[in-house]
Design a protein around this ligand. Structure first.
Ligand code: 2BA
Length: 111
């Protein structure tokens, strides 16, 4: 068994959860905050049997879209930790589709 930890944009979370659930996956949704943008995102925990891992990843990939975002470097960790000028120009960054971690599950129990 594997545990997928998927960090996705809030805009994609609803459709992703309902699609995964319709396909019979168990999903837990966490409200999270990105360290760089300090803005809300959504983290999903999805426990899957090994044979269904690939299909779950394909669902995530098909739904989660990359989006451009304009950020003010003065409002990110750049200003304090990366030595950039406080007059730095806005930056265009691409956020998402999804950041995924796939972990081996040693044990899965429900009581
Ligand atoms: P944030 O940390 O808010 O990052 C949002 C986006 O900002 C990132 O999109 C990336 O495009 C940009 N970014 C992040 N750190 C940067 C830096 N040091 N310099 C320049 N640009 C930077 P994604 O890479 O798609 O990440 C989306 C969210 O996924 C992140 O939100 C964070 O919550 C999570 N994430 C990404 N990589 C992670 C990791 N290695 N471990 C844990 N969480 C991660």
């Amino acid at each position: 068994m594997k545990l997928i930890i998927a960090i996705v944009q809030d805009e994609d979370a609803g459709r992703l959860i309902s699609t995964l659930m319709k396909q019979g996956y168990g999903v837990t949704k966490l409200a999270t905050t990105g360290g760089f943008l300090r803005a809300g995102n959504t983290t999903l925990l999805v426990g899957v049997d090994n044979e269904r891992l690939q299909a779950a990843l394909e669902i995530v990939e098909s739904i989660c879209k990359s989006r451009k975002q304009i950020v003010n470097p003065n409002m990110t960790p750049f200003d304090s930790t990366m030595g950039m000028s406080t007059m730095a120009a806005n930056l265009e960054i691409m956020v998402g589709g999804a950041t995924l971690f796939v972990l081996d599950v040693e044990s899965f129990k429900k009581f």
